[in-house]
Design a protein around this ligand. Structure first.
Ligand SMILES: Cc1ncc(COP(=O)(O)O)c(C=O)c1O
Length: 453
């Protein structure tokens, strides 16, 4: 079955209902001017209920104990840090740059997504909800929510763009194996992940009583960006200690890919705190530059620098000349989103974090390099972060320790990459450097309309 978001009221497409400026929330709903709750009235009680449950849970030792127990014994935390021992770091910096990977690809489920999915599912349980729903792009969040729904005995529906269903088939099957219903969303009228969010929100509006909408990234209306960050901050809590222990110092730079922004905000969180040495750590978010930042075929809303209300919060988004939301493009389904979480907008404006781009071809090249030289197949999303780290290493003029958040593993991408690159798999990526790739052509061949979940 493929559902269309066009069967839902226009007002919900971007959730642009103005926030009431005087509205009281328990926690600050804004990061500077970004964030807020730009949602239809009907959703406000559900957001308040969630915020209250979150605030109470943080004060409850049983909740913390349960969460930590699941982190350790279900997700397999802490995840290790692996230093890249073999990657040829070409150019001026050869020998002076060290690249470390924070191995979120080893979290049960294959990506960082489980960290916050477990947290939100525990909150849903406290609220007496019996059904979880979510959007997914790469299918990693969908996999994580299917996992926790199976664990907690809850019903589960996952919405996914039809093109993403086609390019992330292994994850679609995994979700179904774990009992989730996967619904393909028609993308004629918009981008896959974005359309999936629209449809998930409409499901939520109609089923508030028993359903929790488990938003998969650090975006959306308050309190989602705040609680998603909190549950993912375990990444940087671990990495800060691990880097100190391993190298005797904090990393010079933390690099993470940015879709909606959840793995990046988790990887940055502890370095944003007022702690010794933190101000010397560069925080670098890598947006998907697609066919190039100077084209319309990318997913880099921060680079574009225009703001609007999207999916319930005020933040940067990709807009056309008339100010309408335009489609994003990325080789990786998980970064193919026209918006970004509000805290990243704030960190960009304040200058505390830097945001750069990596193209489809650069990400695929990094994907090949890590596979060939370290025996680690990264997710295409994470490959964007690695691509930038490789650039930094090549340009480094003095010793530099770069920590890359390896947000997920690439099993889900292997078949898709085979279709994109064909025989390139057998060639040495260090000498056979990939400079362009026909992502759009391959995506068209995958004929999403013919693929159903
Ligand atoms: C492995 C992986 N990394 C990164 C992302 C991007 O999401 P976010 O920016 O919320 O971390 C996704 C999304 O599906 C993903 O699967």
């Amino acid at each position: 079955m493929i559902v269309s978001r066009d069967c839902f009221p226009e007002s919900l497409h971007t959730m642009t209902t103005p926030a009431t400026p005087t509205r009281q929330t328990l926690l600050d709903a804004y990061f500077g001017e970004y964030g807020g709750q730009f949602v239809p009235e009907i959703l406000l009680p559900a957001l308040d209920e969630l915020e209250r449950a979150y605030v109470e849970a943080l004060e409850d030792p049983t909740f913390k104990q349960e969460l930590n127990d699941l982190y350790t014994n279900y997700l397999g935390r802490p995840t290790p840090i692996t230093e890249c021992a073999n990657l040829p770091l070409e150019g001026q910096g050869r020998g002076t740059a060290r690249i470390f990977l924070k191995r979120e690809d080893l979290v049960h489920g294959g990506a960082h997504k489980g960290n916050q999915t477990i947290g939100q599912a525990l909150l849903a349980k406290r609220l007496g909800k019996t059904r979880l729903i979510a959007e997914t792009g790469a299918g990693q969040h969908g996999t994580a929510i299917a996992m926790v729904a199976a664990l907690f005995g809850m019903k589960c529906t996952v919405y996914m763009g039809a093109k993403d269903v086609a390019r992330q088939q292994p994850n679609v099957y995994r979700m179904r194996l774990m009992g989730a219903e996967v619904v393909a969303v028609d993308e004629q009228s918009g981008n896959g992940l974005s359309s999936a969010i629209d449809v998930a929100i409409n499901d939520w509006v109609n089923n508030l009583e028993d359903t929790h909408y488990l938003l998969g990234t650090a975006a959306g209306p308050h309190p989602f960006p705040t609680l998603v960050k909190r549950f993912h901050s375990v990444i940087s809590r671990e990495s800060r200690e691990q880097m100190l222990e391993r190298t005797g110092a904090l990393p010079d730079a933390v690099v993470a890919c940015v879709g909606g922004g959840s793995n990046a905000i988790g990887a940055f969180a502890q370095y944003l705190e007022d702690q010794p040495g933190n101000d010397t750590v560069r925080l670098i978010g890598v947006e998907p530059a697609g066919y190039g930042l100077d084209t319309d075929l990318n997913g880099a809303p921060i680079h574009e620098g225009r703001t609007t209300h999207l999916h319930g919060s005020n933040s940067y988004a990709l807009l056309d000349e008339d100010g309408n939301l335009r489609n994003s493009h990325s080789v990786s389904a998980g970064l193919d989103y026209p918006g970004v979480g509000p805290e990243h907008a704030y960190l960009k404006d304040t200058g505390r974090a830097e945001y750069v781009g990596a193209t489809d071809a650069e990400a695929l090249q990094a994907f090949r390099m890590l596979s060939r030289y370290e025996g680690i197949i990264p997710a295409l999303e994470s490959s964007h972060a690695l691509a930038h780290a490789l650039k930094m290493a090549a340009e480094a003029t003095e010793p530099i320790n770069i920590l890359v958040n390896l947000s997920g593993r690439g099993d889900k991408d292997v078949d898709y990459v085979r279709q994109l690159l064909g025989d390139h798999a057998a060639l040495d990526p260090a000498t056979d450097v990939l400079t362009e790739v026909d992502v759009l052509g391959v995506l068209e061949e995958l004929t999403p309309q013919g693929v159903t979940a």
